[in-house]
Write a protein that binds this ligand. Structure first.
Ligand SMILES: [Mn+2]
Length: 391
């Protein structure tokens, strides 16, 4: 919720001295591209550019920008990309905004030649110590701000969380961490991931814990301590589906209020389509349905499910959809084995009828699901050939 009174008087700090707003970002992955999905590195720089423009827009009242790891997709981005980031970050600091950054896993500080060791990013506060220790204290607009952060490094990091303890000074206490909250279904925790429990964060006494590493927006309440992952601003792969968000955090006093602000991104989506539920009569109907249902998605994976009432030519469907989406993938997991459509075919006294009877016989005696799937696939492909020949 935006405090509208505050919005109308963004510069009257003396009246609203306890209101402060920060923009929390992570996992920008600048430099990443995925040609398979037609995702270009420009999609990622654009998303970051949009976040910076949002922060610079005076009416948005953003005073602090947190970047919680994986700003870059690699620890050694090419000079022009580092320059791009430097220019954008500088526009934030030049306008009097505060930027606090921690390295992540992709741009980890442990790499020799890591970008944060080589590049100067003037005006940015980069926290590079391998474990939580004394916080960074910054007086900003009459507020005392305390930033607790660390740059995880599997070699240098020992006892990462022992120093994650609110100091006794008055002010707003914020932790920045690139790591894995245990129990998030999104990731299996791997060796390079730094796991942390909500229990541990609960005991930290922080007012807000700004996370990075998980790529989908997630918000936790660790017994009063708000813990947030903004996720990627541009999805990188399937699984990073749907709209992308920045986290905008308002402190009225030390209590944070979190808003999800959507970013313009190329949307990735995955969906199941149950052919039983929608009795399509033609490929065109199926294409129309997919188009209408996924208007806002650019990169789409559809799984066809259920028992099909008829046979569809997947190549035809994919061909029509390719003009409507920047990337489309159709996975056919539908069944024709016990469809009424196949029942009528097997009665035919034709080569096709013979073929169907033989395939059904093989299906019955197939030793495994894998073989059954193969037989069904062969059945569909061949029947499409028969059908196209007839047309
Ligand atoms: Mn990441």
């Amino acid at each position: 919720m935006i405090n509208t009174t505050f919005k109308k008087h963004p510069f009257k700090w003396e009246i609203f001295e306890m209101a402060i707003r920060l923009l929390h970002l992570s996992d920008l992955h600048l430099g990443y591209s995925n040609p398979n999905l037609r995702l270009e590195s420009a999609d990622f720089t654009k998303a970051f550019g949009e976040a910076v423009r949002y922060a610079l827009e005076p009416s948005n009242d953003v005073q602090i920008i947190l970047i919680c790891g994986d700003l870059f997709h690699t620890y050694a981005p090419p000079p022009d990309l580092a320059g791009f980031a430097r220019t954008h970050l500088k526009s934030l600091t030049d306008s009097g905004r505060l930027v606090v950054l921690i390295p992540g896993t992709h741009d980890g500080f442990g790499y020799p030649g890591c970008v944060y060791k080589r590049e100067s990013l003037p005006g940015i506060h980069i926290i590079t110590q391998p474990a939580f220790t004394e916080p960074l204290r910054i007086d900003h607009q009459d507020q005392q701000l305390f930033f607790y952060g660390m740059a995880y490094d599997s070699v240098r990091t020992r006892n990462p969380f022992a120093g994650l303890k609110r100091c006794s000074a008055e002010g707003i206490h914020i932790a920045l961490l690139h790591g894995s909250i245990e129990g998030n279904p999104e990731w299996k925790i791997r060796k390079q991931d730094l796991p942390i429990s909500l229990e541990r964060l609960k005991d930290s006494g922080m007012d807000y814990v700004a996370m990075g590493h998980y790529h989908n927006f997630a918000e936790y309440d660790a017994n009063g301590v708000k813990v947030v992952y903004p996720g990627t601003l541009q999805g990188m792969k399937f699984g990073e589906n749907g709209p992308r968000y920045m986290a905008v955090v308002d402190f009225h006093g030390s209590r944070p209020q979190v808003q999800k602000i959507p970013v313009k991104a190329r949307i990735i989506g995955e969906a199941n389509l149950d052919l039983q539920q929608y009795p399509f009569e033609s490929e065109d109907q199926l294409v129309d349905h997919i188009q209408n249902k996924h208007m806002n998605t650019q990169i789409l994976r559809i799984r066809l499910k259920g028992v099909a009432g008829q046979l569809f030519d997947l190549d035809k469907i994919a061909g029509s959809l390719r003009a409507l989406f920047s990337y489309i993938e159709i996975i056919d997991e539908s069944q024709i084995y016990d469809s009424s459509f196949l029942d009528s075919l097997k009665e035919e006294r034709t080569i096709r009828g013979n073929f169907v009877r033989e395939m059904l016989r093989r299906f019955q005696v197939a030793p495994s699901d894998k073989t059954r799937a193969l037989i069904q696939e062969a059945l569909k492909l061949t029947l499409i050939k028969f059908q196209n020949k007839q047309e």
